[in-house]
Design a protein around this ligand. Structure first.
Ligand code: NAP
Length: 371
């Protein structure tokens, strides 16, 4: 998504509301949907810069967009990094912005071309990493492709923890590495949300999964289907793991995990890191220099590892994927894809929630409930 297409705050209200269940008024006629409560990021900094405001404008819906009444939004590491200035080459000129990618809630209104969702349905989904108007708000706007129907068996809090992390894992394992039944997959950093989603997606695809994680995460990764869990704080990973892998997903992306992951791949295997350098180089040097520099670094690494180890090397990024989201919904409905939520805060306590997540005072997902 280019900068010119990013949404700006402001606008005049909602333009379309379709079939309504009994008792619901179209959001277009509701005064609360032309402006709403939202968490604004007016400048980069610590959790204290986040402002809960009650008068933030809700923009008009474009034809393929959906207005979602938020019930729960989860906090991703990207939210914390954006708050600190990550992506500033895109976001700084657009401040104040609204943080947040994940959402679970109800459809309040739909754009004129939306065909798969109706007002009143419970949905969950995630915004693209560069979206400016995020989900930390009473009303969020997502495209139809970024949403799907929420499984009835899980709560909004549980649902909000899933889409961004699972779509990231999906993109790496299914869209990039194209994992198949019987392959061996190594997830480096399996204890986090993306790691847990990756383990479950790989297991559901028929792969056998090994993973590295902290000691407190071992029961968690084994309970979702990993066959082997190595405590990276206590064991040497290369010694502890036997054999070679078809696919390595590295959620940590440090130089030592990259080295380990690549050494453990078979020839022709895929190494994928979530810590690509495109955004950080663009922040440092500006988009016109930073992006070509990132492309050059990636190409150099791809050639280097192809030559030295015979493997495919990738930087992988979350991307909206309607088919992936549909499959994620199917797995969640079947109880085969869960991401535990460790702490819930009301959205008004967003500063505290960011602090808890940043200082890693809770092991896993932190969710904001939107009353
Ligand atoms: N490229 C993309 O599009 C994309 C998308 C989503 C996420 N990400 C990135 O991927 C990473 C994981 O995201 P997430 O949502 O899974 O985060 P998360 O739920 O907060 O999990 C992070 C996990 O990483 C492990 N960890 C943290 N610091 C570590 C360290 N210094 N050394 C080793 N392990 C460490 C911890 O596992 P243990 O508790 O087991 O130690 C922690 O639970 C983040 O850096 C995030 O920014 C990138």
């Amino acid at each position: 998504m280019g900068i010119a297409t990013l949404w700006r705050l402001g606008g005049r209200g909602i333009v379309a509301a379709r079939r309504l269940p009994l008792g619901l008024r179209p959001a277009s006629t509701s005064a609360s949907a032309t402006s709403c409560r939202a968490v604004l990021l007016p400048r980069f900094g610590g959790p204290e810069v986040l402002e809960v405001r009650s008068d933030v404008a809700v923009p008009d819906l474009k034809p393929r967009e959906v207005l979602v009444r938020a019930r729960a939004v989860s906090i991703n590491p990207l939210d914390l990094r954006m708050r600190c200035g990550y992506g500033r080459c895109i976001f700084e000129p657009l401040l104040p912005i609204i943080l947040g990618r994940d959402i679970s809630g109800e459809v309040a209104a739909v754009g004129a071309s939306v065909s798969s969702l109706d007002v009143g349905q419970e949905v969950f989904g995630a915004l693209h990493p560069t979206a400016v108007r995020g989900t930390y708000a009473d009303y969020a706007i997502l495209s139809e492709d970024e949403l799907t129907v929420k499984p009835a068996s899980i709560t909004h809090v549980e649902a909000s923890a899933i889409p961004f992390a699972a779509l990231t894992a999906w993109r790496a394992l299914k869209s990039t590495a194209r994992i198949t039944d019987g392959q061996r997959v190594l997830v480096i950093g399996g204890g986090g949300a993306v790691g847990l989603a990756a383990i479950q997606i790989a297991v559901a695809a028929g792969c056998s999964v090994s993973t590295t994680c902290g000691s407190q995460s071992i029961d968690r990764v084994l309970s979702v289907g990993a066959e082997q869990a190595i405590d990276y704080t206590a064991e040497d990973i290369e010694n502890a793991i036997k054999g070679q892998f078809d696919v390595v997903l590295d959620t940590i992306g440090a130089p030592e995990t990259e080295k380990t992951g690549i050494n453990l791949l078979r020839k022709g295997g895929h190494y994928m890191t979530l810590q690509g350098e495109a955004a950080s180089l663009a922040d440092r040097y500006g988009l016109p220099i930073g992006l070509p520099a990132a492309t050059a670094i990636l190409l150099k690494k791809q050639l280097q590892y192809r030559y030295s180890h015979g493997i495919d090397y990738w930087w992988t990024y979350m991307r909206a994927d309607a088919e992936g989201l549909h499959e994620i919904r199917r797995l969640s409905t079947a109880g085969m894809l869960k991401i535990p939520v460790d702490k819930v805060f009301p959205i008004a306590e967003v500063q505290k929630a960011h602090e808890v997540k940043q200082k890693r005072r809770v092991p896993g997902k932190v969710v904001l409930e939107v009353a």
